[in-house]
Design a protein around this ligand. Structure first.
Ligand SMILES: [Mn+2]
Length: 274
């Protein structure tokens, strides 16, 4: 498994669960200095991911690009795939396609999280799930043309009423034939929704595409009450080889959150021989 840390380029998300907020240059420099394998980037738009210059920056620091978030589509533009207005859904798809293409050109997958939206009086949940499936199919096919999966992230009940648990998301992906979509398992959301987080991870065998490595309180792992040992054991049992990516609050400081994350990953790796 590989380590990753989040770099947020959206000023409106400065209070959000991202470690570094001072641009790609600074974020990559800090990530590399602390020994991370990769960065996960949360851009305002695809134009913030120029293939050549970002590729050079990553290479210069020996970093991979773990994944790219699409949440700014919701946060900045109010776009979601399950908006009752077809025109807004169309713009959401266009935004998603641009991120999928920019990420794909850099060899990374895109994440569908907050852009999944939720049901509303104007759009009942069953209909919202249909629009979500259509968006995941279209963007998943697009991602596949870049040789990447599309990452779908179940969120906790306070953020969406569509799919909150991994097993429900897996059943949804299977039932709608969404073979190009993989799960993003976020340990913070799972801490709220799952009866047994390790079992839920294990249930995702073959479909876990990315992991958000966060503690129970959305701080760096080690600053809450999550015990990572059984979670790492479960991920090993299913042969997960992707990233453990710190999507956490930059508390008490970005550096301290990143250092705590690295320490938690080293401790997890050390349990291999136990
Ligand atoms: Mn997440």
């Amino acid at each position: 498994m590989k380590s990753a840390v989040t770099v947020c380029l959206v000023p409106e998300a400065r209070q959000g669960p991202f470690v570094f907020h001072d641009g790609l240059d600074a974020g990559c420099r800090e990530a590399a200095a602390l020994g991370f394998d990769a960065v996960e980037v949360f851009p305002a738009a695809a134009a913030e991911l120029p293939e050549e210059s970002l590729g050079r920056l990553l290479d210069a620091h020996g970093l991979g690009l773990a994944a790219v978030g699409t949440g700014a589509g919701w946060l900045r533009h109010g776009l979601s795939f399950t908006h009752a207005d077809a025109e807004v859904r169309g713009r959401a798809l266009a935004f998603g396609r641009e991120i999928v293409d920019a990420a794909g050109a850099l060899g990374a997958p895109a994440i569908i999280g907050s852009m999944q939206g939720r049901s509303s009086p104007a759009l009942p949940r069953e209909e919202a799930l249909k629009w979500l499936a259509d968006a995941l199919e279209a963007l998943g096919d697009r991602a596949a043309s870049h040789g990447q999966p599309l990452l779908y992230e179940p969120l906790n009940r306070y953020e969406t009423d569509l799919l909150n648990r991994q097993a429900d998301a897996l059943a949804f992906l299977a039932g709608r034939g969404l073979g190009t979509v993989k799960l993003l398992c976020d340990l913070f959301h799972m801490n709220i929704e799952e009866a047994d987080v390790a079992a839920a991870l294990e249930g995702g065998a073959g479909r876990v595409g990315h992991v958000h490595w966060a503690d129970s309180n959305r701080r760096a792992l080690g600053f809450g009450h999550t015990d990572p040992a059984p979670l790492v054991a479960a991920l090993r049992r299913i042969g997960y080889e992707g990233h453990l990516s710190a999507e956490v609050f930059p508390l008490p400081s970005p550096r301290a959150a990143a250092e705590r994350t690295i320490a938690s990953l080293r401790a997890a790796a050390a349990t291999r021989s136990a």
